[in-house]
Design a binder for this molecule. Sequence first.
Ligand SMILES: [Fe+2]
Length: 363
Amino acid sequence: MRLVATARCIPGMELAKPIFNEKGMVLLGRGVVLTQRMIDNLRQHQIPVLYIQDKATADIELNDVISHEVRVEAMNSIQTVFSAIEKDTFRWRGTQASAKIADEFKKIFTMLYGDLRQTKEAMNMLVYTHVKENYVFSHSLNVTLYTTAVAIKRGFNTKQLSEIGMGALLHDVGKLFIPQGILHKPGRLTEEEFEQIKKHTEHGFEFLRKTYEIPLSSAHCAYQHHEKLNGGGYPRGLKGDEIHPFAKVLSVCDVFDALTTHRVYRRSMLPHEAMELIYTETHTHFDVDIVEAFRSTIAIYPIGLTVKVNTGETAIVIGQNRDAPTRPILRVIKDAGGHSVSSYYDIDLMKDLSVMIVECDTV
Ligand SMILES: [Fe+2]
């Protein structure tokens, strides 16, 4: 399978992974041959990339980070709890109600953790294959997956994992208290509107700390996930170790997911592009150890990506090397002259150290 920007899909291409509707039902199944109308529809739904069947990589299977069933169940739970909080904030502050939130989120987290723990490979790009998904919900889920993977890497114990997981699921819960018109405004925000959006950190903290069953450290994830190491973040401008260690993990995962997700106002970045941007802000914004743990957790060059190497050949990423995210396994499809090769061959960048990726297909 090959990763292709939806903008560059052409009729006749065959889907290698299904596309789901907002309820998790298959909209376009694996093996469907795309028509222009389907492609237009997917573009309209802002699905930035698709997995397409490809002769050269027909033998390559992509393992999802979590199973489709777990994803659908987690998304449904997030949606149910968030909508309930939004509709009747006060009711949720009772002891019984807060136990319900905590229980529901513990359940989601246990499911996600169960699937994640089994993943031995670097986390592949969380390709957006659901149309009409609510951004706040899918962002909460993605950030939780990244955060948990990094927390596992950093050796967090079970209690810490459950607390940071709960914090990640609820880190943007304060957005439910921001007027929808501002939150989803397609154009540029005024200074005043931006100030209101920033308040989601405080609203989230206030809500969660009064929700008895939610650990205080999880509430601090909501409060502090926009703080920066140099004190330039919000809401309190905390510096260095004043920032909770959980929030330091969360801020990297939050920014990475925001950058790699397509929004109305900008195209999505590829993992390596988002990583470059995060690097430029390491030390000032992000904790260097967390960035390093993050870098070795995710697949910087996701499976299916078309790349060019320094020897001039064009190849597709077909596998990852554990703990060496910048050196995946490639399958060469074109020689240095740009001609399709008569028989494909693989290069393992861990074994062939003189070869390196110099260019990626833009998505
Ligand atoms: Fe946020």
